[in-house]
Write a protein that binds this ligand. Structure first.
Ligand code: ADP
Length: 266
């Protein structure tokens, strides 16, 4: 496949972005967007310049998770071209497919439409200098994955899964897809989300609600790094819903996501 890594006037796309990291999952609802959002904020908190593209057409949740649902990105003209200014929140520059559609409308995104939206987010957004540009992909395999690798040089992919059997089966397909010749993106590692539950009143007890260490075994099987476990915590869900990423509050969640940011930065 030919790489479309230049614009029409032959300047490379995103020349000032050091690392482009895809956040992927085999299945929906495993916490991919939660991980992408908290990882973005954790990297920004560590002093990095960070952008996040929400390309999850199945349910763009970045506007909610960053409490910017009502915002509309500004557009400016540059050399006769429209340039979109990303929304900035908690030190992260954001673009979401959700900014293009009212949150309560049901838009049927056809593959080509979604792919052209992603291309626009890459080519027509003023990202500036970034250490990391994270891309929250739709679950599973789609045209978007192919568009992404044909448009920009992706540094690597982070695979999010829960330890549950059905999630692992789908994550296995996701991992294999990134290794296919057509896609061929290095896998930075596997994150196991909802790894265990610890009740506040029993801090030394861990309950493995979805099974134990499935994500770790998956990483071993594919000989990729295991990037860590994120527990099930009520505040992760609450903070996602209220638009205040959990990593911003000190505690077990902050520790888990900061450690993840360190592993990804390594
Ligand atoms: P995906 O992007 O994979 O579809 P989301 O990130 O949207 O998944 O997460 C699905 C739901 O689960 C959200 O309501 C989110 O707040 C919640 N959630 C994700 N991870 C956790 C966790 N570790 N603990 C508690 N709730 C979580």
């Amino acid at each position: 496949t030919s790489q479309v890594t230049t614009t029409r006037d032959n300047t490379p796309l995103l020349p000032n972005v050091k690392n482009i990291i895809a956040i992927a999952s085999g299945k929906g609802g495993v916490g991919k967007s939660t991980t992408a959002s908290n990882l973005a904020v954790a990297l920004a908190n560590s002093g990095a310049k960070v952008g996040l593209i929400d390309a999850d057409i199945s349910g763009p949740s970045v506007p909610t998770m960053f409490n910017v649902e009502a915002e509309q990105p500004a557009v400016k003209q540059e050399n006769g071209k429209n340039i979109i200014i990303p929304i900035e929140q908690y030190g992260v520059k954001l673009m979401s497919i959700g900014f293009l559609t009212p949150s309560d409308s049901a838009v049927v995104w056809r593959g080509p439409m979604a792919s052209s939206a992603l291309k626009q987010f890459i080519a027509d957004v003023e990202w500036g200098d970034l250490d990391y540009l994270l891309i929250d992909l739709p679950p599973g395999t789609s045209d978007i994955h192919l568009t992404m690798v044909q448009t920009i040089p992706v540094t690597g992919a982070v695979i999010v899964t829960t330890p549950q059997k059905v999630a692992l089966a789908d994550a296995t397909k996701g991992l294999s897809m990134f290794r296919q010749a057509q896609i061929n993106v290095p896998i930075l590692g596997v994150v196991e989300n909802m790894a265990y539950f610890t009740p506040e009143e029993l801090p030394n007890n861990k309950y493995y609600l979805f099974g134990k260490e499935g994500g770790r075994r998956l990483a071993d099987k594919f000989e990729v790094p295991f990037l860590g476990e994120i527990p099930i915590v009520q505040s992760i869900r609450e903070s996602g819903d209220t638009g205040f990423p959990a990593v911003m509050k000190a505690g077990i969640t902050e520790k888990a996501f900061s450690e993840l940011a360190e592993s990804v930065a390594r």
